[in-house]
Design a protein around this ligand. Structure first.
Ligand SMILES: Cc1ncc(C[n+]2csc(CCOP(=O)(O)OP(=O)(O)O)c2C)c(N)n1
Length: 658
């Protein structure tokens, strides 16, 4: 192995060795503890230390690094106190996740580290968002994100590189090609010769670096990070290396030919570098021994501290309180001037006023810039706020939701417009696994609003008509808003943007241009978790939201003899179930109307809650009305048959006669 010092000072040359030695020695200790049953799982980075250490040493301390499961060297090089790392691995309080997540699945903004989620790929898009925030805030900084060669097969890799390319984001995409993704060798993972070959496809620079040679890693990354700070652009780096141990310790290396292990064993990044330093007389035997003793002592002392710490204790209240970041609702009262506008106008106005109030708010979405979005909500926004804050995105929902997460981690707020709510399925993973869980896992909120133009009745067929709120009401950590009127939509959108938690904001397309209301022209907010009682009556409680509200209103108008409480939920998470209980206790009957197909929807949960809490007050069974259990058909007659609108009166009448 050839080492060239590239004029680096003796101190740096030795520091690089020290920095690699520490994670190696920690790992060796962990392997012993694993055998003793004192820790549960271990993902080894032995043999790959030069990459984590070289990249981290090359970056400035205030630059973000997004490591994966084999990058212990990132954490140690950023000087995280070892007892905190050990406590993290033991699920203890001094760790970074209060015992809620394991191993390297955490971030710590104190050290500018943003750890992975198990799904690997979303990490790459998060790096894009962090880098975008740096560019927008005029910080001349680079961001480094790690991935294995296996995870480059995920769509997220493609999306993140493509986004970074079209937006000229200063991201170092660091691929550690260690030969295997669990048991799958590279030739079953991709067809090109090198991962670096893929850079060309994205129109970005790429380099192959010997990942076992610390001097090559450090000097190349140092030069590239300097360059991309000055001239922001992404760079793809393929580090050639090898995974010397099993995917995790329990899975072994039986499938790896011994010859490969021998070849790469001879290229050990630490041992070879030590010999080089000795040949240059930069380190002596005595210094080497003293260094190792020092690290060993540090490990033992810190381990003892972590072992001595009590196992984590919590209460269910504590756990529940950490799902969301605390948000103290600030009421902003409306002024008197009103205009009679449509739902679509109210949303546009609310969004525009939020852009004026929050200079760190960035809008992301397909065709939202000059084109104004397919529903024209952002028409004129580019002129008002500039193309940096109103950004057309490539068609890549997962990458963009991840980028929104990254913006939030780096002091910005993000609003993502799904072109149609249906397409959120392509961004589902980062929403339910990253945004929803990040505050509970490591106390950082996802300050992201995702706008969801949804709903049927517009003859748009199975992929442009869904109202898919139930995909998300299931997931703790998300807030779900679903207004039925322009006034509510404007005020609730303002609150959604103020709230630092991830909010899915549903906007019914069929209501966009059909529902008018007098709406205050000034900025105002409305609170989450407060249903609206739209009609009062004695005989039955009707609970609904979105288009359902207008269907029921139409029926009540046509049948003034029906004496009903009509509750518009407005937000589904938080859910104002108390208003429902109060009403049911008065009326003794309850019907819930939802537009989505019935099974597994919010109506089922409300029915259960009412049954559990109001059983003695009920004079009739609770009835749910929803769409048929089919995809949404295109032809008008079929769509009408699918939707519940024509079945509401029948159920209502039956319930009243019960
Ligand atoms: C979306 C997803 N699919 C599968 C897995 C299971 N899994 C975890 S790591 C891994 C292999 C990753 O290989 P690579 O990206 O090369 O990284 P390495 O482990 O080699 O460092 C697999 C299949 C996962 N965590 N997430």
């Amino acid at each position: 192995m050839q080492f060239q010092h590239h004029g680096l000072s003796p101190e740096i040359l030795v520091d690089l060795y020290k920095a690699m030695l520490k994670p190696r020695m920690i790992e060796e200790k962990m392997l012993i503890l694993l055998r003793q049953g004192k820790i549960s799982k271990w993902f080894s980075g032995i043999g790959q230390e030069a990459i984590s250490v070289g990249v981290t040493m090359a970056l400035d301390p205030e630059e973000y690094i997004l490591p994966m499961h084999r990058n212990l060297g990132v954490f140690t090089t950023r000087n995280i106190p070892l007892f905190r790392l050990f406590a993290q691995w033991q699920g203890k309080m001094s760790g970074f996740t209060k015992g809620r997540d394991r191993s390297f699945h955490f971030g710590t903004l104190e050290y500018k580290i943003v750890g992975m989620i198990s799904h690997l790929g979303p990490q790459l898009g998060v790096a894009d968002g962090i880098a975008l925030a740096d560019v927008l805030q005029k910080n001349k900084r680079a961001t480094a994100v790690f991935t294995g060669e296996g995870a480059t097969s995920e769509g997220d890799f493609h999306e993140a590189l493509n986004i970074a390319a079209v937006w000229d984001l200063p991201v170092l995409f660091c691929v550690e090609n260690n030969g295997y993704g669990l048991s799958t060798p590279v030739n079953e993972q991709f067809r090109c010769k090198h991962i670096a070959d893929k850079g060309k496809g994205y129109g970005i620079e790429s380099y192959i670096i010997d990942g076992n040679n610390i001097l090559e890693v450090y000097t190349k990354v140092k030069a590239l990070s300097k360059s991309i700070r000055q001239r922001p652009r992404p760079v793809l780096l393929e580090f050639k290396t090898f995974r010397m141990r099993g995917h995790e310790e329990a899975s072994g290396t039986k499938y790896v030919p011994q010859q490969l292990l021998d070849e790469w064993g001879a290229k050990d990044p630490i041992e070879n570098y030590l010999q080089y330093l000795k040949s240059q007389e930069l380190i002596s035997e005595v210094e080497e021994v003293a260094l190792k003793q020092g690290i060993l002592k540090e490990i033992d002392q810190n381990l003892q501290r972590a072992f001595e710490e009590d196992i984590v204790q919590s209460t269910s209240t504590n756990e529940l309180n950490d799902v969301y970041k605390e948000f103290i609702y600030q009421e902003v009262k409306e002024k008197n001037e009103v205009a009679n506008i449509r739902l679509v106008d109210a949303i546009s106005q609310g969004l525009r006023q939020s852009m004026e109030r929050h200079s760190n708010l960035v809008l992301l979405g397909q065709d939202i810039a000059d084109y104004g979005g397919v529903f024209k909500i952002t028409e004129g926004f580019v002129e008002a706020f500039g193309p940096e804050r109103v950004r057309n995105t490539p068609i890549c929902e997962s990458g963009i939701v991840s980028a929104a997460m990254g913006l939030s981690l780096n002091n910005m707020k993000a609003m993502v417009e799904m072109q149609f709510a249906d397409f959120v399925s392509s961004g589902f993973n980062p929403i339910v696994n990253y945004l929803a869980k990040v505050h509970y896992r490591w106390n950082e909120p996802a300050d992201v609003v995702i706008r969801m133009p949804c709903g049927a009745g517009v003859g748009a067929g199975p992929f442009h008509s869904q109202t898919n709120e139930a995909w998300f009401t299931k997931t703790p950590g998300l807030k779900i808003v679903y207004p039925a009127f322009p006034y509510d939509a404007k005020g609730l959108l303002a609150t959604a943007i103020n709230d630092p938690n991830p909010v899915l904001f549903f906007e019914h397309k069929a209501l966009y241009r059909s529902i008018y209301q007098d709406v205050p022209e000034s900025y105002y907010t409305l609170p989450f978790g407060k249903a609206n009682l739209l009609a009062t009556g004695a005989s039955i409680t009707i609970v609904t939201y979105g288009a359902g509200v207008h269907w029921v209103l139409e029926i009540l108008e046509k049948h003034p003899d029906i004496s009903a409480d009509l509750i518009d939920l407005r937000t589904l998470q938080p859910l104002d179930i108390e208003t429902v209980y109060t009403s049911v206790k008065k009326t003794g009957r309850c019907m819930i109307v939802q537009e989505d197909s019935l099974f597994g929807g919010i109506a089922s949960d409300i029915a259960s809650l009412v049954m559990e809490h109001c059983f003695e007050f009920l004079d009739a069974p609770i009835r749910r009305v929803g769409s048929m259990e089919t995809p949404i058909p295109f032809a008008k007659q079929l769509e009408e048959q699918y939707l519940p609108k024509t079945r509401i009166l029948e159920v209502l009448t039956a319930l009243l006669a019960y």
